[in-house]
Ligand binder design. Structure first.
Ligand SMILES: NC(=O)c1ccc[n+]([C@@H]2O[C@H](COP(=O)([O-])OP(=O)(O)OC[C@H]3O[C@@H](n4cnc5c(N)ncnc54)[C@H](O)[C@@H]3O)[C@@H](O)[C@H]2O)c1
Length: 251
């Protein structure tokens, strides 16, 4: 098993890629703190892991709030020991609006959760990792941090910011044996993708524009990349954005 006896925190673990990653990390031997704003969905993920013989605990936190971020790490530590893995995955799509129509509140909300949330997750997990002698941080960015998406000024800025913070963190903490990487998924079929489509089925034309493989990605395909980056398999990888986008950005 790739994560035997490791303690992992996964934010946004109640749904989508966070949930798939929690299940996979637990199957690989990690004790998983499943963090989500939605307590019920976090509890469902944790129950599924525990029922399958793994170890998980549900923790409610809003990653955009400093006190919550501090508490989620403390709660994980109290339950399982010092976390040496974190997947800062929680995020929202926010409102889609062109710049002149984007409200300040809508902009700030996306930045608070998708950018500050990742910063706070790193800030509070790092001291324990340093004491423990090392760790692996995986941040959830997006292809939207690399290419422009109409209506996505805040989302694209936040995700580009996650890529930048990942590089800074990798540079600052390499000497403590801490690796920091991020994932840039393309279009992944999750609750978020369904919300963006307002519940409609994927439009084949739209899908073919965002994937040369002609399909949406599945959350499990991102979980596998998160597992790779969290594990010793990625021992020489740090500070990098890992693109898993079905070929979105090659054309
Ligand atoms: N779905 C995609 O196509 C796609 C592509 C690239 C990147 N992403 C990113 O991947 C991450 C996961 O997205 P998903 O598609 O699995 O979405 P999702 O909506 O299925 O899951 C996101 C989870 O995060 C939780 N969450 C939201 N705000 C939170 C907060 N303030 N504190 C704690 N938890 C919070 C939600 O309750 C939910 O359980 C996000 O950061 C998203 O921006 C998604």
């Amino acid at each position: 098993m790739k994560l035997e006896n490791k303690v992992a925190v996964i934010t946004g673990g109640g749904s989508g890629m966070g949930r798939a990653s929690a299940l996979l990390f637990a199957a690989e031997g990690a004790k998983v703190a499943v963090v989500d704003l939605d307590e019920r969905s976090a509890a469902e993920t944790a129950s599924e892991i525990n029922a399958a013989g793994g170890q998980a605990a549900a923790i409610r936190a809003d990653v955009s709030k400093e006190k919550d971020a501090e508490n989620m790490i403390a709660a994980a530590e109290k339950r399982f020991g010092t976390p040496t893995i974190i997947f800062n995955n929680a995020g929202i799509e926010g409102e889609s609006a062109y710049i002149a129509k984007m409200t300040e509140d809508a902009f700030d909300r996306v930045i608070a959760i998708n950018l500050r949330g990742v910063f706070l997750g790193m800030k509070y997990v790092l001291p324990g990792m340093i004491k423990a002698g090392g760790g692996a941080i995986v941040n959830q960015a997006s292809i939207a941090g690399m290419v422009a998406v109409r209506g996505g000024v805040a989302y694209c800025a936040a995700k580009a910011g996650v890529i930048a913070m990942t590089r800074v963190a990798a540079l600052e903490y390499a000497r403590y044996n801490i690796r920091v990487n991020c994932i840039c998924p393309g279009g992944i079929e999750t609750a978020m993708a369904k919300r963006i489509r307002k519940g409609a089925a994927p439009d084949p034309k739209a899908v073919s524009r965002i994937s040369v493989l002609n399909r949406m990605g599945q959350p499990e395909e991102i979980a596998k990349m998160a597992l790779f980056l969290a594990s010793d398999d990625a021992s020489f990888a740090t500070g990098a954005p890992f693109v898993v986008d079905g070929g979105w950005t090659i054309s």
